[in-house]
Design a protein around this ligand. Structure first.
Ligand code: DQQ
Length: 461
């Protein structure tokens, strides 16, 4: 296996393929992260549920595979995405078995959630609602409301668009279809919605979904009443184009925490050769701004990874300034405001001659934040891109919180826009950082940089 470019503090399995986060839960103090995993290759296929545990959302311990396909069973062709619930004290996984797509249960009697027993009555939902032709029927997300359980499933109607199906059950075994929770338009949000999450937040309801074929994670904030959801606000959880299928859960502190799958940004040949593919995003705490915008911030537990610290005094900057610190695993807090600059930002993973670089720039006139990874690597198997996000700043500085982790650059801007890139510099010395402003000067209000520790005890990362 090729260890180059493997992140040090973003979670990933020891080898092979990972995609969606599944079954996130804090059970008796311990955080559990399950995930879509192919243990046989660094490629999507033969879906299992991998498993890892953590006491702090930052340091993870690999656990044995939680669920594997059962030959001849309803999940013979794969154990696809789903959730974990506390069913009156019994840890219960609700997931999709294929093919065809059906909904199944598994329970654990241990407190450590290591061993799972599939329910002999599986599947508990054997087919889509009678008379409904659907583009997909998967990824259950279940919650308790009153005396009943509710489930949303990702789906869509051919030629119409994505749709969320809503079910209700008194006992997790018999399910009644209540109707569509909400639906989208084909031209706007694709033909099939995957991995729905639906939960209350800040007095409203939030729906997360990942529409095919868009490869984006969307959110709606809106109003839920009488089994219907009316969206009022819409946005993307991440504008980098490599973040998909997020899952959110409420932890014991009452925080709504979200992980998402970070795809590779290199060719399939490259990740097959590397022997690993797929990374989880950092855990992000979700909240709502007063206007209903979904806010995301990295959980404060990540500060325990901070090691060497460098800070700059406030002042102005213009042109390109090489900073006296560097690294491939960094946390950067940058606050700046345009004095008369047209663009301002910071470059990371930069080679001394600037041939390799990843540039994070705010363009003042267009009110646009961009992460440009097109020059991140001289290696042609790295698929760099220019990703942009709208970011209107009124009476506030640009506040960037940047996490560089070998091949991950995860950017939080003013707690309301996220943009993640994958970068694969070819040069060992692509570690530098430059502060950049064009067209004039920018005011530097704050710049703190820390090197970050690895979360793994050995180099097995
Ligand atoms: N990944 C799973 C599906 C889901 C998709 C299969 C989203 O359950 O719809 O690996 O990435």
């Amino acid at each position: 296996m090729d260890l180059r470019h493997r992140p040090c503090y973003h979670f990933l399995p020891l080898a092979n393929w990972m995609n969606d986060p599944n079954g996130l839960i804090q059970w008796k103090g311990v955080y559990h992260l399950f995930y879509q995993h192919n243990p046989h290759a660094a490629d999507w296929g033969s879906m299992h549920w991998g498993h890892a545990t953590s006491l702090d959302l930052v340091h993870w311990r690999h656990q044995p595979i939680a669920l594997a396909p059962t030959p001849g069973g309803p999940d013979k062709d794969g154990v696809w995405s789903g959730c974990t619930i506390d069913a009156d004290g019994v840890p219960t996984l609700v997931y999709t078995g294929v093919h065809p797509q059906v909904q199944c249960l598994a329970t654990s009697d241990g407190e450590d959630l290591i061993t799972w027993r599939k329910d002999p009555r599986n599947p508990v939902i054997a087919a889509p609602p009678a008379g409904l032709e659907v583009t997909g029927f998967r990824d259950p997300y279940v919650w308790r409301e009153g005396d009943d359980w509710y489930m949303v499933l990702g789906s869509g109607i051919p030629d119409q668009g994505g749709m969320i199906l809503l079910y209700r059950s008194p006992d997790l075994h018999t399910w009644e279809y209540l109707g569509p929770l909400c639906e989208g338009k084909l031209a706007e949000t694709g033909y099939n919605w995957e991995c729905p999450n639906f939960f209350p937040l800040g007095g409203r309801h939030v729906l997360l979904f990942s529409p095919q074929p868009l490869r984006q994670a969307h959110y709606y904030v809106g109003h839920y009443e009488a089994h219907r959801f009316t969206p009022e606000r819409h946005g993307l959880l991440d504008y980098g184009g490599l973040y998909y299928a997020p899952q959110a859960f409420r932890d014991e502190k009452g925080r709504q925490i979200c992980f998402g799958w970070l795809l590779e940004g290199r060719t399939k040949e490259a990740y097959l050769a590397a022997g690993w593919a797929g990374v989880q995003s950092l855990p992000r705490e979700l909240s709502l701004a007063a206007d209903g915008t979904l806010c995301q911030r990295p959980v404060p537990e990540l500060r325990t990874l901070r090691r060497d610290h460098w800070t700059a005094s406030a002042g102005t900057f213009g042109g390109r300034e090489v900073l006296p610190c560097e690294g491939a695993c960094l946390e950067i807090l940058l606050e700046c405001a345009p004095q008369n600059a047209e663009t301002m930002g910071i470059a990371v993973r930069r080679s001394p001659d600037g041939v390799e670089r990843t540039v994070i720039t705010y363009e003042v006139a267009r009110q646009c934040l961009a992460v440009d990874s097109r020059m991140a690597s001289l290696d042609l198997s790295a698929e760099g891109r220019l990703a942009e996000a709208p970011l209107a700043l009124s009476d506030e500085p640009l506040r960037l919180h940047i996490f560089v982790d070998e091949s991950v650059v995860e950017v939080f801007a003013n707690e309301r826009v996220c943009l993640t890139a994958r970068v694969y510099p070819s040069r060992e010395d692509s570690l530098g950082i430059t502060l950049e402003a064009q067209g004039g000067q920018a005011r530097l209000l704050r710049l703190d940089i820390w090197t970050l520790d690895t979360i793994w005890k050995s180099r097995s990362r």
